[in-house]
Design a binder for this molecule. Structure first.
Ligand code: GTP
Ligand code: MG
Length: 423
């Protein structure tokens, strides 16, 4: 199919208590932009509640139609998830391609998905969204070329075909669910293996484009890791859709795992959130969350609210959180600095990474123990293990063994307690 330059009108309803409406429309523009759709007109309406039949009032539908024609657009995007009957009614009256915020986000996710897991998750969410909307969507897909190209609307293709499609979609949903369950099992196994290693897990979470991947990359460079461990970072919505896990080893051998994952956006489609539950599993089981915030964005408080609500939605609860106020270089705030539960940094400049590491260290390794041990000469393996996994401060050689002063995890302390000769 030839690549069309799509021109869209965007339409939103502002409910009385919605104080973030303007921003949600701006975000809708950006979401459209992420798909190469140009927004050529905008309409909004203040309502007490969304119109159940047409989303907006009848007068507004007329207005949208006029604007659509005047601006020579070929699609209209609505700022919320439309119900099946809303889509049907709007299409009938507007006689053009109608899409909603959910379809837009699903489309972006589906184009960005790289790993099999992400692809399956997105496809599952798309099919679940489509299933109850088959009739309307069929007409809309038929009009993909826009009204002007005289696209073939498939409306009226018999009920039998519809039933067949429905069954096909249901089968595909079952298949994808099964595949995801398998991935989930693999993840659980991998996590168990990591747990055995005893390494604490830190998870980066936050709004899309806050700089999570950049924070991960800057910590990797800071701790002298190979460039090939770096993850993808870019100034676009949903650059990351998969979970990457990297090991970070600090100067004194204290080591933790750091995971980077998909970011959030307001009004994230429910099916999508559900589908991405397993990708977000890492965060659920983390020892510490780094909630990365673009502190230079005026909407940062709202973005933090959305992030926290979404985390709750996927069952990430009661995990200790450190707030990472990133992009301080653009915000006109003092940085680098830290408070009890936050650090102000610029991941891009690499400023504030010492503060960040120190805050992580305080939280993860607070229960580390300092002690003296005497390891028999025959047990060089233990000394080797401790020089990899703990921080040896002093080494002396006694009559029967190596005397070390060492700072180590509670678990390692318990394991080698028999060699402890003093605190
Ligand atoms: N000025 C400035 N830009 C930054 C900083 N940190 C990240 N960026 C830029 O912000 C953009 C987004 O960064 P990413 O690290 O991809 O953001 P993310 O949170 O991983 O985004 P998603 O994966 O899309 O959810 C990139 O263009 C970065 O270069 C910073 O401290 N200062
Ligand atoms: Mg990212």
């Amino acid at each position: 199919m030839e690549q069309l330059v799509e021109k869209a009108i965007i339409v939103g309803v502002q409910l009385q208590k919605d104080t973030h409406f303007e921003y949600s429309m701006e975000e809708l523009r950006n979401l459209a932009g992420a798909l190469g759709v140009e927004v050529v007109g905008e309409l909004h309406q203040n309502l007490e509640r969304v119109n159940p039949a047409h989303y907006v009032g009848t007068g507004k539908v007329e207005e949208a139609k006029a604007l659509y024609e005047e601006a020579d657009a070929n699609l209209i995007i609505f700022n919320d998830e439309l119900s099946p009957s809303q889509i049907r009614n709007l299409e009938e009256e507007l006689e053009c391609k109608v899409i909603d915020r959910t379809m837009l986000i699903l489309d972006i996710f589906s184009r960005r998905a790289r790993t099999r897991e992400a692809q399956v998750q997105v496809e599952l969410a798309q099919l679940q969204y489509m299933l109850p909307r088959l009739v309307g969507l069929r007409a809309s897909l038929g009009r993909q070329g826009g009204a002007s190209s005289g696209g073939l609307a498939n409306r009226g293709a018999g009920e039998t075909k519809l039933e067949l499609d429905r069954r096909k979609i249901e089968d595909q949903i079952t298949k994808l669910r099964r595949e995801l369950d398998q991935v989930k099992e693999q993840r659980t196994t991998q996590r168990k293996q990591r747990l055995k290693k005893g390494l604490p897990v830190v998870s980066l979470v936050g709004y899309t484009n806050a700089g999570k991947s950049t924070v991960l990359n800057s910590l990797l460079s800071k701790t002298g890791q190979d460039a090939d461990k770096q993850v993808f970072e870019k100034d676009m919505l949903f650059a990351t859709l998969d979970t990457s896990i990297r090991q970070i080893r600090l100067e004194d051998n204290k080591t933790f795992l750091l995971s980077d994952t998909v970011g959030f956006v307001s009004r994230l489609p429910h099916h999508l959130v559900k589908a991405f539950r397993s990708t977000l599993e890492e965060a659920r089981n983390a020892d510490l969350l780094l909630h990365v915030v673009d502190v230079s964005n005026d909407e940062r408080d709202y973005m933090m609210e959305v992030t926290e609500a979404t985390l709750q939605d996927v069952g990430v609860e009661n995990v200790p959180t450190l707030y990472v106020y990133n992009k301080s270089d653009l915000a006109g705030v003092a940085y680098p600095r830290k408070s009890t539960d936050a650090v102000w940094i610029s991941a891009k400049e690499g400023a504030g990474l010492d503060e960040l590491i120190e805050s992580i260290r305080d939280r993860l390794f607070a229960n580390h123990v300092m002690c003296r041990m005497e390891i028999p000469f025959g047990r060089g393996d233990i000394v080797a293990y401790l020089s990899d996994h703990a921080s040896i401060k002093e080494t002396e050689y006694g009559e029967t063994g190596t005397l070390i002063t060492v700072e180590l995890s509670r678990a390692d302390y318990d394991r080698y307690e028999q060699f402890v000769v003093g605190k």
